[in-house]
Every structure is written in C-alpha cells, then in structure tokens.
Design a protein around this ligand. Structure first.
Ligand SMILES: Nc1nc2c(c(=O)[nH]1)N[C@H]1C(S)=C(S)[C@@H](COP(=O)(O)O)O[C@H]1N2
Ligand SMILES: [Mo]
Length: 168
C-alpha cells in the first residue's frame, strides 16, 4: 500500500471514531434510576447522583404501613431511610429547605414542604418491601425507590419509581 492510501485510511478511521465519540449517549436519569438504582439530587444548580450504596451508609429503618389505593388496603413491611437524614448527610441544612419537589420516571410529581420533611418518622425513601428489594416499573414493581409519607393516610403522594429530588 502506498503512503497516500494509508494516510487517507487513517484519516477516515479517526473521523469515524470522533463521530462515534461525539454521538455517544449518556444514560438518561430514567435509565440510571431503573437500571442502576440511582437518585439525582438537584440543589443550587448542582446535580448529585446518589447510589444504593450511598443510601446504605445511612441509618436504616423498618416499619409497617398500610397502602390504600383504589379501594384496596394492604399492610406491608418496608425498609428505607429518612429523607431528612439523606439531605443532612449531603450537607443540605433543614433551615435552607423551602420545599422538595420529588419526580418519578413516569413524570409523577409530589411536592413536600420543608416543614413536612423535617418531621420525625414521616418522609422515607424505601427500597425494600416485605423482605425484598422493590422491583422496577418494567418488572411491575414500584421501585427501585419509593417515597413514603407516613402521615398521609392515602397513597396518592407515595411517589413510586422515585428518580429526582429537587431541593428549593
Ligand atoms: N410515580 C407514581 N407514583 C404514584 C402514582 C403514579 O401514577 N405514579 N399513583 C399514586 C396513587 S393515585 C396511588 S393510590 C398510589 C398507589 O397506586 P397503585 O395502586 O397504582 O400502585 O401510588 C401513588 N404514587
Ligand atoms: Mo390513587
């Protein structure tokens, strides 16, 4: 092969590789959430990704709660962490929180007041139900994470498939 052909070939290989690199798709927040059990926290123009192992560094709580939805009632045992303790561990002071907008992979949004979050034994992020990890949406579950607000008797605000916490 002569030198010119070799150089032309190398040039096209580099261009192709460059385009492949530029077109690479980062995993979306949805995929990160459903496939890798990641929650993102938005706080003051920052975005932080929280993994399951990050959550497991926090105090774990186990409690029973009755899920009331469309006429049915079912008592379950959940395991999870307190939202306020996650924010505390992230260095987000309670007195700086006006509200937290929680978003799920299906677009469902639940807004919590700062006051509500700081209550004891109220706002949890759970990852286990009756001894098993919460399944993903595709698997027919309500996870990998779900918001549980114990003082809300009805399940409307128990955001399933929890993906994002937007701290305002
Ligand atoms: N992400 C998400 N969370 C959600 C909902 C939803 O549609 N999407 N529905 C809410 C409602 S109205 C109820 S009653 C409970 C339980 O709903 P399910 O019985 O359909 O699981 O989940 C709540 N959380
Ligand atoms: Mo509901």
């Amino acid at each position: 092969m002569n030198k010119r052909i070799l150089i032309t070939l190398a040039f096209f290989i580099i261009i192709t590789a460059l385009f492949a690199y530029l077109n690479r798709v980062d995993k979306s927040d949805r995929e990160l959430n459903q496939e890798n059990a990641v929650i993102s926290i938005k706080y003051r123009d920052e975005r932080r990704l929280i993994s399951f192992s990050d959550l497991r560094k926090l105090q774990e709580y186990s409690f029973d709660a009755v899920l009331r939805s469309s006429g049915k009632e079912k008592k379950n045992t959940y395991k999870g962490i307190l939202l306020k303790e996650l924010l505390e561990a992230e260095g987000i002071k309670g007195s700086d929180i006006y509200q937290v907008i929680t978003r799920a992979v299906d677009g469902y949004t639940v807004t919590l007041s700062g006051q509500e979050i700081l209550e004891d034994d109220n706002v949890y992020i759970v990852y286990e139900i009756n001894g098993k990890r919460l399944k993903t949406k595709e698997e027919g579950g309500s996870g990998p994470y779900q918001l549980i607000i114990r003082k809300d008797a009805f399940g409307q605000r128990w955001n399933k498939f929890l993906m994002e916490l937007d701290i305002r």
